[in-house]
Design a binder for this molecule. Sequence first.
Ligand code: ZN
Length: 462
Amino acid sequence: MTTPKVPVLCLLWLVLLNANLQGQAQAAKTTSDTFPADPGISQSLKQISAQRIQETIEKLVSFETRLTLSAQDPDSIAAGHGIGAAREWIKSEFERYSHDCGGCLEVKTDAFLEPAGDRIPKPTEITNVYAVLKGTDPENAKRIVLVTGHYDSRNSDTLDASGAAPGANDDASGTAVSLECARVLSRMKFPATIIFLTVAGEEQGLNGSRHFAKMAKEKGWDIEAVLNNDIVGGDKNPQQDPSLVRVFSEGVPVVASDADLRLIRNLGGESDSPSRELARYVAEVGRAYGAGVNPLLVFRLDRYLRGGDHFSFNQQGYAAVRFTEFREDYHHEHQNVRTENRIEYGDALKFVNFDYVASVARLNAATLASLASAPAPPAKVHLLTKELENDSTLTWESSGAAAVGYEVLWRATSSPEWEQIQAVGKVARVTIPRSKDNVIFAVRAVDREGHRSLPVVPVPER
Ligand SMILES: [Zn+2]
């Protein structure tokens, strides 16, 4: 019997066509494949050093106290005592890194007189110190990603200007993350700008970050992401889990207008603030780069009864998240250094896990580098809702020349993270055969090397 050649080929063609159609309809599940690591970034992460971080934290502890109200007169600075000495040393570190990269960093201070208030008995000069790694692409250099930690410290009494306040974990650890990111990333070039910030006044009421964020807003700075590291020392208590770092993010934005709130209420947008999308981005970076610590997303602004510098940026409408170790030991925070009933109190150097801080720094650096390499997020992302239909049509405006394509992401309304990703090419409009009523969509831009922008959730358009 001879083989009926043509019908078999037809059948094969039908099978292939069918597979192809299914392939188009099915998006990829989110995995490390859908957010590939950049080999150049991976390589630079290897330079992040637990040893260097240890030296930074030891130096910060050596100033005895960094309370915002502590000494900052020239004699105290010369003697290496008080917050003034800490400020000058941080500045000199940034300048040293800049010298090593041929002057690539602009080292600046943001100094102001904080008027007397609750935790400020008399008008006090507060100084934020920061370094700017300017973006190399004129189109993208105005986009800013920022990492911060607070270099001030405190003990049991927030007004004790001279007692010991080592602040090794809170927050020399976060300051060390900012410095180490600056040291390592300043050896690379990025299209967008990175700011490495250290602030003071946190313990007196977020004074430093509030001033900086306001200044940024007044100057019209386009800050796309703020990574605040506060208490990332991985305190060596028995219940600590050094494989995790918590990433806190606000749900409903503090700056949401009444109209925003109506939309959020009607459409279930409580978990899609720009800060929350940034937290999800950190989770993707964590999977792609394996920094040595896994981000644990906590869907709330901060811990109970606590606040932090990310909130100052949220208040100006910027996306900002907070990194904090998995389990804090309250014997070691905001306590005078002492031993009572065999319990050791105080934020001492010996409780800090420097390898852990280095892992957190790697996760921060990978996030900063990914965002600063990526195209701008797509603008004016809209979801068309004129018709009652089961397909969903999204439109957006170009992210600029760096974007070679876009991806549509979606997840069930009850899911914490993006579940499906579909590459849609270099277009500004796409129809997805899926009901907008059942999922949450977002769109992000991709460049030639595979860097992903922050995703943007569409606003409904009638
Ligand atoms: Zn703190």
